[in-house]
Design a protein around this ligand. Structure first.
Ligand SMILES: C[S@@+](CC[C@H](N)C(=O)[O-])C[C@H]1O[C@@H](n2cnc3c(N)ncnc32)[C@H](O)[C@@H]1O
Length: 347
Protein backbone atom coordinates (compact mmCIF):
# COMPACT_ATOMS: atom_id res chain seq x y z
CA UNK A 1 0.00 0.00 0.00
CA UNK A 2 1.33 3.48 -0.81
CA UNK A 3 2.25 5.34 2.33
CA UNK A 4 0.10 8.37 3.07
CA UNK A 5 1.37 11.50 4.69
CA UNK A 6 -1.42 12.30 7.10
CA UNK A 7 -4.19 10.62 8.96
CA UNK A 8 -7.36 10.08 7.01
CA UNK A 9 -10.48 9.10 8.82
CA UNK A 10 -13.01 9.66 6.08
CA UNK A 11 -15.30 11.06 8.76
CA UNK A 12 -18.06 11.20 6.27
CA UNK A 13 -17.07 12.27 2.81
CA UNK A 14 -14.58 10.07 1.02
CA UNK A 15 -13.70 11.75 -2.25
CA UNK A 16 -11.16 10.65 -4.85
CA UNK A 17 -9.47 14.04 -4.50
CA UNK A 18 -9.02 13.51 -0.77
CA UNK A 19 -7.54 10.06 -1.23
CA UNK A 20 -5.45 11.04 -4.26
CA UNK A 21 -4.07 14.00 -2.34
CA UNK A 22 -2.94 11.68 0.43
CA UNK A 23 -1.52 9.10 -1.93
CA UNK A 24 0.53 11.42 -4.09
CA UNK A 25 3.73 9.62 -5.08
CA UNK A 26 7.13 11.17 -5.84
CA UNK A 27 7.88 12.14 -9.43
CA UNK A 28 10.96 9.95 -9.69
CA UNK A 29 13.48 9.75 -12.53
CA UNK A 30 12.52 10.10 -16.20
CA UNK A 31 9.13 11.48 -15.16
CA UNK A 32 8.68 13.65 -18.26
CA UNK A 33 9.75 10.86 -20.59
CA UNK A 34 7.29 8.36 -19.09
CA UNK A 35 4.59 11.00 -19.12
CA UNK A 36 5.00 11.71 -22.83
CA UNK A 37 5.12 8.01 -23.71
CA UNK A 38 2.08 7.23 -21.58
CA UNK A 39 0.07 10.09 -23.02
CA UNK A 40 0.87 8.99 -26.56
CA UNK A 41 -0.09 5.38 -25.91
CA UNK A 42 -3.30 6.37 -24.16
CA UNK A 43 -4.31 8.85 -26.84
CA UNK A 44 -3.99 6.20 -29.52
CA UNK A 45 -5.81 3.49 -27.58
CA UNK A 46 -8.67 5.75 -26.48
CA UNK A 47 -9.16 7.26 -29.93
CA UNK A 48 -9.32 3.82 -31.51
CA UNK A 49 -11.94 2.72 -29.00
CA UNK A 50 -13.89 5.97 -29.50
CA UNK A 51 -14.05 5.27 -33.24
CA UNK A 52 -15.30 1.75 -32.52
CA UNK A 53 -18.14 3.21 -30.46
CA UNK A 54 -18.91 5.75 -33.22
CA UNK A 55 -19.13 2.96 -35.77
CA UNK A 56 -21.52 1.02 -33.51
CA UNK A 57 -19.15 -1.90 -33.02
CA UNK A 58 -19.73 -4.36 -30.15
CA UNK A 59 -19.56 -2.09 -27.04
CA UNK A 60 -18.60 -4.97 -24.74
CA UNK A 61 -15.48 -5.65 -26.75
CA UNK A 62 -14.62 -1.97 -26.85
CA UNK A 63 -14.98 -1.41 -23.08
CA UNK A 64 -13.14 -4.65 -22.37
CA UNK A 65 -10.23 -3.57 -24.56
CA UNK A 66 -10.06 -0.16 -22.85
CA UNK A 67 -10.34 -1.73 -19.38
CA UNK A 68 -7.52 -4.19 -20.06
CA UNK A 69 -5.31 -1.52 -21.67
CA UNK A 70 -5.80 0.87 -18.76
CA UNK A 71 -4.95 -1.93 -16.32
CA UNK A 72 -1.84 -2.77 -18.29
CA UNK A 73 -0.67 0.84 -18.68
CA UNK A 74 -1.40 1.62 -15.02
CA UNK A 75 0.66 -1.39 -14.00
CA UNK A 76 3.61 -0.44 -16.21
CA UNK A 77 3.86 3.28 -15.44
CA UNK A 78 5.31 4.76 -12.26
CA UNK A 79 2.44 5.66 -9.90
CA UNK A 80 3.04 9.40 -10.13
CA UNK A 81 2.97 9.34 -13.94
CA UNK A 82 -0.32 7.43 -13.89
CA UNK A 83 -1.74 9.95 -11.40
CA UNK A 84 -0.71 12.78 -13.70
CA UNK A 85 -2.36 11.10 -16.69
CA UNK A 86 -5.68 10.44 -14.99
CA UNK A 87 -7.24 13.86 -15.79
CA UNK A 88 -6.16 13.41 -19.43
CA UNK A 89 -7.99 10.05 -19.60
CA UNK A 90 -11.04 11.43 -17.78
CA UNK A 91 -11.24 14.37 -20.18
CA UNK A 92 -11.08 12.22 -23.33
CA UNK A 93 -14.22 12.37 -25.55
CA UNK A 94 -14.68 8.59 -25.12
CA UNK A 95 -16.01 9.34 -21.62
CA UNK A 96 -19.28 10.41 -23.25
CA UNK A 97 -19.89 6.74 -24.17
CA UNK A 98 -18.84 5.21 -20.87
CA UNK A 99 -21.00 7.66 -18.92
CA UNK A 100 -24.10 6.21 -20.59
CA UNK A 101 -23.59 3.19 -18.33
CA UNK A 102 -25.73 3.96 -15.24
CA UNK A 103 -23.13 2.38 -12.92
CA UNK A 104 -20.23 4.42 -14.31
CA UNK A 105 -22.44 7.53 -14.35
CA UNK A 106 -23.48 7.16 -10.71
CA UNK A 107 -19.90 6.70 -9.63
CA UNK A 108 -18.74 9.67 -11.67
CA UNK A 109 -21.54 12.03 -10.56
CA UNK A 110 -21.36 11.01 -6.87
CA UNK A 111 -24.86 12.27 -6.05
CA UNK A 112 -24.22 11.49 -2.36
CA UNK A 113 -21.00 13.54 -2.44
CA UNK A 114 -18.53 10.67 -1.96
CA UNK A 115 -17.31 7.53 -3.68
CA UNK A 116 -18.58 4.02 -3.08
CA UNK A 117 -21.99 4.86 -1.67
CA UNK A 118 -24.63 2.23 -1.03
CA UNK A 119 -26.58 3.00 -4.21
CA UNK A 120 -23.44 2.41 -6.25
CA UNK A 121 -23.33 -0.98 -4.57
CA UNK A 122 -26.97 -1.50 -5.59
CA UNK A 123 -25.96 -0.94 -9.22
CA UNK A 124 -23.12 -3.42 -8.76
CA UNK A 125 -25.47 -5.94 -7.11
CA UNK A 126 -28.04 -5.34 -9.91
CA UNK A 127 -30.49 -4.88 -7.06
CA UNK A 128 -34.18 -4.46 -7.93
CA UNK A 129 -34.09 -0.88 -6.62
CA UNK A 130 -32.02 0.22 -9.66
CA UNK A 131 -34.05 -1.65 -12.31
CA UNK A 132 -35.82 1.49 -13.52
CA UNK A 133 -32.61 3.49 -13.78
CA UNK A 134 -31.05 0.77 -15.87
CA UNK A 135 -34.14 0.52 -18.07
CA UNK A 136 -33.99 4.27 -18.70
CA UNK A 137 -30.41 4.09 -20.00
CA UNK A 138 -29.58 4.09 -23.72
CA UNK A 139 -29.06 0.77 -25.54
CA UNK A 140 -25.34 1.41 -25.38
CA UNK A 141 -25.57 2.26 -21.66
CA UNK A 142 -27.39 -1.01 -20.93
CA UNK A 143 -24.83 -3.00 -22.89
CA UNK A 144 -22.01 -1.35 -20.96
CA UNK A 145 -23.87 -1.97 -17.69
CA UNK A 146 -23.93 -5.69 -18.52
CA UNK A 147 -20.15 -5.49 -18.65
CA UNK A 148 -19.43 -3.29 -15.62
CA UNK A 149 -21.95 -4.97 -13.30
CA UNK A 150 -20.51 -8.41 -14.07
CA UNK A 151 -16.83 -7.41 -14.17
CA UNK A 152 -14.63 -9.49 -11.82
CA UNK A 153 -14.66 -6.77 -9.15
CA UNK A 154 -18.47 -6.66 -9.26
CA UNK A 155 -18.73 -10.44 -8.99
CA UNK A 156 -16.38 -10.20 -6.01
CA UNK A 157 -18.94 -7.88 -4.37
CA UNK A 158 -21.73 -10.41 -4.93
CA UNK A 159 -19.48 -13.03 -3.37
CA UNK A 160 -18.69 -10.68 -0.46
CA UNK A 161 -22.41 -10.23 0.20
CA UNK A 162 -22.80 -14.06 0.33
CA UNK A 163 -19.75 -14.43 2.59
CA UNK A 164 -21.15 -11.83 5.02
CA UNK A 165 -24.56 -13.51 5.12
CA UNK A 166 -22.91 -16.91 5.68
CA UNK A 167 -20.80 -15.46 8.50
CA UNK A 168 -23.91 -14.08 10.20
CA UNK A 169 -25.60 -17.48 9.83
CA UNK A 170 -22.58 -19.29 11.26
CA UNK A 171 -22.42 -17.00 14.29
CA UNK A 172 -26.20 -17.26 14.80
CA UNK A 173 -26.00 -21.06 14.67
CA UNK A 174 -23.28 -21.03 17.34
CA UNK A 175 -24.85 -18.45 19.65
CA UNK A 176 -28.59 -19.03 19.38
CA UNK A 177 -31.43 -16.51 19.64
CA UNK A 178 -29.40 -13.99 21.66
CA UNK A 179 -27.08 -13.33 18.68
CA UNK A 180 -26.13 -9.70 18.20
CA UNK A 181 -24.40 -8.44 15.06
CA UNK A 182 -22.89 -5.07 14.14
CA UNK A 183 -22.18 -3.93 10.59
CA UNK A 184 -19.88 -0.89 10.46
CA UNK A 185 -20.48 1.18 7.30
CA UNK A 186 -23.50 -0.95 6.50
CA UNK A 187 -24.60 0.79 3.31
CA UNK A 188 -28.03 -0.70 2.52
CA UNK A 189 -27.27 -3.94 4.41
CA UNK A 190 -28.19 -5.98 1.31
CA UNK A 191 -26.51 -9.08 2.79
CA UNK A 192 -29.49 -9.38 5.17
CA UNK A 193 -31.61 -10.52 2.20
CA UNK A 194 -29.27 -13.54 1.93
CA UNK A 195 -29.11 -14.53 5.60
CA UNK A 196 -31.24 -17.52 6.62
CA UNK A 197 -30.87 -16.62 10.32
CA UNK A 198 -32.30 -13.17 9.61
CA UNK A 199 -35.18 -14.46 7.51
CA UNK A 200 -36.00 -17.08 10.13
CA UNK A 201 -35.92 -14.42 12.87
CA UNK A 202 -33.09 -16.11 14.76
CA UNK A 203 -31.18 -12.88 15.55
CA UNK A 204 -31.70 -10.67 18.58
CA UNK A 205 -30.15 -7.56 17.03
CA UNK A 206 -28.43 -6.61 13.78
CA UNK A 207 -27.11 -3.09 14.20
CA UNK A 208 -26.38 -1.30 10.92
CA UNK A 209 -24.21 1.78 11.38
CA UNK A 210 -23.50 4.21 8.55
CA UNK A 211 -22.59 7.88 8.17
CA UNK A 212 -25.00 8.42 5.26
CA UNK A 213 -28.46 9.46 6.50
CA UNK A 214 -30.06 8.40 3.20
CA UNK A 215 -28.69 4.88 3.59
CA UNK A 216 -29.79 4.80 7.20
CA UNK A 217 -33.27 5.90 6.11
CA UNK A 218 -33.36 3.16 3.47
CA UNK A 219 -32.40 0.50 6.02
CA UNK A 220 -34.94 1.79 8.54
CA UNK A 221 -37.68 1.64 5.87
CA UNK A 222 -36.71 -1.72 4.34
CA UNK A 223 -36.17 -3.52 7.64
CA UNK A 224 -38.89 -1.96 9.75
CA UNK A 225 -40.17 -4.36 12.42
CA UNK A 226 -37.18 -6.72 12.16
CA UNK A 227 -34.06 -7.31 14.27
CA UNK A 228 -32.25 -4.63 12.24
CA UNK A 229 -31.48 -1.37 14.06
CA UNK A 230 -30.22 1.46 11.85
CA UNK A 231 -27.78 3.89 13.49
CA UNK A 232 -26.59 7.12 11.96
CA UNK A 233 -22.92 7.20 12.98
CA UNK A 234 -19.39 7.53 11.70
CA UNK A 235 -16.11 5.70 12.14
CA UNK A 236 -14.86 8.74 13.99
CA UNK A 237 -17.73 8.52 16.46
CA UNK A 238 -16.80 4.90 17.14
CA UNK A 239 -13.12 5.77 17.53
CA UNK A 240 -13.77 8.58 19.93
CA UNK A 241 -16.23 6.50 21.92
CA UNK A 242 -19.11 8.89 21.19
CA UNK A 243 -20.90 5.93 19.62
CA UNK A 244 -21.19 2.90 21.93
CA UNK A 245 -23.59 0.47 20.29
CA UNK A 246 -22.90 -2.34 22.81
CA UNK A 247 -21.32 -5.80 22.67
CA UNK A 248 -21.66 -8.23 19.79
CA UNK A 249 -21.12 -11.82 18.74
CA UNK A 250 -20.09 -10.58 15.31
CA UNK A 251 -18.74 -7.21 14.20
CA UNK A 252 -17.85 -6.72 10.56
CA UNK A 253 -16.83 -3.98 8.16
CA UNK A 254 -17.16 -4.42 4.41
CA UNK A 255 -16.53 -1.73 1.82
CA UNK A 256 -14.85 0.51 4.41
CA UNK A 257 -11.21 -0.50 4.92
CA UNK A 258 -10.66 0.24 1.20
CA UNK A 259 -10.67 3.91 2.25
CA UNK A 260 -8.72 3.74 5.51
CA UNK A 261 -4.97 4.08 5.89
CA UNK A 262 -3.28 1.52 8.13
CA UNK A 263 -3.19 3.80 11.17
CA UNK A 264 -6.94 4.36 11.12
CA UNK A 265 -7.65 0.76 10.07
CA UNK A 266 -5.70 -0.50 13.10
CA UNK A 267 -7.45 1.88 15.49
CA UNK A 268 -10.84 0.89 14.13
CA UNK A 269 -9.97 -2.81 14.37
CA UNK A 270 -8.93 -2.37 18.01
CA UNK A 271 -12.19 -0.62 18.77
CA UNK A 272 -14.24 -3.28 16.97
CA UNK A 273 -12.44 -6.01 18.96
CA UNK A 274 -13.37 -4.20 22.18
CA UNK A 275 -17.01 -4.47 21.15
CA UNK A 276 -16.91 -8.27 20.95
CA UNK A 277 -18.53 -10.55 23.50
CA UNK A 278 -16.49 -13.55 24.74
CA UNK A 279 -15.98 -15.86 21.69
CA UNK A 280 -16.99 -12.98 19.41
CA UNK A 281 -15.77 -12.66 15.82
CA UNK A 282 -14.54 -9.66 13.86
CA UNK A 283 -14.39 -9.67 10.06
CA UNK A 284 -13.04 -7.02 7.70
CA UNK A 285 -12.88 -7.06 3.92
CA UNK A 286 -10.67 -5.19 1.47
CA UNK A 287 -10.19 -5.11 -2.31
CA UNK A 288 -6.93 -6.81 -3.20
CA UNK A 289 -4.36 -6.94 -6.02
CA UNK A 290 -4.60 -7.29 -8.93
CA UNK A 291 -7.94 -5.88 -10.01
CA UNK A 292 -8.51 -5.89 -13.74
CA UNK A 293 -10.76 -2.83 -13.59
CA UNK A 294 -8.42 -0.69 -11.43
CA UNK A 295 -7.57 1.77 -14.22
CA UNK A 296 -11.18 2.06 -15.42
CA UNK A 297 -12.67 2.68 -11.97
CA UNK A 298 -10.00 5.23 -11.05
CA UNK A 299 -10.52 7.23 -14.23
CA UNK A 300 -13.97 6.90 -15.79
CA UNK A 301 -15.65 6.13 -12.45
CA UNK A 302 -13.42 8.56 -10.53
CA UNK A 303 -13.36 6.04 -7.68
CA UNK A 304 -10.17 5.54 -5.69
CA UNK A 305 -9.60 2.48 -3.53
CA UNK A 306 -6.78 1.42 -1.25
CA UNK A 307 -6.01 -2.16 -2.21
CA UNK A 308 -4.52 -4.52 0.36
CA UNK A 309 -2.51 -7.70 -0.02
CA UNK A 310 -2.74 -10.75 2.23
CA UNK A 311 0.36 -9.45 4.07
CA UNK A 312 -1.26 -6.01 4.55
CA UNK A 313 -4.24 -7.71 6.19
CA UNK A 314 -1.96 -9.72 8.50
CA UNK A 315 -0.13 -6.52 9.46
CA UNK A 316 -3.39 -5.05 10.72
CA UNK A 317 -4.26 -8.25 12.55
CA UNK A 318 -0.83 -8.58 14.19
CA UNK A 319 -0.85 -4.92 15.22
CA UNK A 320 -4.11 -5.59 17.08
CA UNK A 321 -3.23 -8.93 18.66
CA UNK A 322 0.24 -8.86 20.15
CA UNK A 323 -0.68 -11.46 22.79
CA UNK A 324 -2.35 -14.06 20.57
CA UNK A 325 -5.78 -13.59 22.11
CA UNK A 326 -7.48 -14.23 18.79
CA UNK A 327 -7.65 -17.10 16.37
CA UNK A 328 -7.12 -15.33 13.07
CA UNK A 329 -7.17 -16.12 9.39
CA UNK A 330 -6.90 -14.29 6.09
CA UNK A 331 -8.58 -15.67 2.99
CA UNK A 332 -9.58 -14.62 -0.49
CA UNK A 333 -13.05 -14.62 -1.98
CA UNK A 334 -13.88 -16.55 -5.15
CA UNK A 335 -11.90 -14.59 -7.71
CA UNK A 336 -9.30 -13.12 -5.31
CA UNK A 337 -10.46 -9.53 -5.96
CA UNK A 338 -11.41 -9.21 -2.27
CA UNK A 339 -9.41 -10.39 0.73
CA UNK A 340 -10.89 -11.05 4.19
CA UNK A 341 -9.42 -10.92 7.67
CA UNK A 342 -11.20 -12.77 10.50
CA UNK A 343 -10.30 -12.59 14.20
CA UNK A 344 -12.13 -14.81 16.67
CA UNK A 345 -11.69 -14.30 20.41
CA UNK A 346 -10.19 -17.37 22.03
CA UNK A 347 -12.20 -18.68 25.00
C1 LIG B 1 -19.23 0.55 -0.37
S1 LIG B 1 -20.45 0.89 0.82
C2 LIG B 1 -20.45 -0.65 1.64
C3 LIG B 1 -21.83 -1.13 2.01
C4 LIG B 1 -21.91 -2.52 2.60
N1 LIG B 1 -21.15 -2.63 3.84
C5 LIG B 1 -21.48 -3.57 1.62
O1 LIG B 1 -20.45 -4.23 1.83
O2 LIG B 1 -22.18 -3.75 0.60
C6 LIG B 1 -19.55 1.94 1.86
C7 LIG B 1 -20.37 2.55 2.99
O3 LIG B 1 -19.43 3.09 3.92
C8 LIG B 1 -20.02 4.21 4.53
N2 LIG B 1 -18.94 5.00 5.13
C9 LIG B 1 -17.89 5.55 4.52
N3 LIG B 1 -17.10 6.21 5.39
C10 LIG B 1 -17.68 6.07 6.61
C11 LIG B 1 -17.37 6.52 7.90
N4 LIG B 1 -16.27 7.24 8.10
N5 LIG B 1 -18.19 6.20 8.91
C12 LIG B 1 -19.29 5.44 8.70
N6 LIG B 1 -19.66 4.98 7.48
C13 LIG B 1 -18.86 5.28 6.45
C14 LIG B 1 -20.70 4.90 3.37
O4 LIG B 1 -21.69 5.78 3.82
C15 LIG B 1 -21.23 3.71 2.57
O5 LIG B 1 -22.56 3.43 2.90
Amino acid sequence: MTQMKMEFDGHSLITPAAIAGELEADRGERFEEYLAEGRGELALMLELARQQFEKGEDPTRAIDRVTRSLHDIRGRLPTRVWQELMPFIQGHPIAEFFLQDPLTRWSWDKPRGYSGDARLLDFIYRHESVTEDVARATDLGRALFEYTSTAPSSLANWDRRDILAAQVDEVAAANGPGTEVLSVAAGHLREAEYSAAFKEKRLKRWVALDQDPISIGTIARDYQGTAVEAIDGSVRAILTGRQQPGKFDLVYASGLYDYLIDKVAIKLTQRCLEMLKPNGTFLFANYSYPILVDGYIETFMNWQLLLRSEADMWNIIHACDENGKYESKVFFGKNRNIVYGVMKKRS
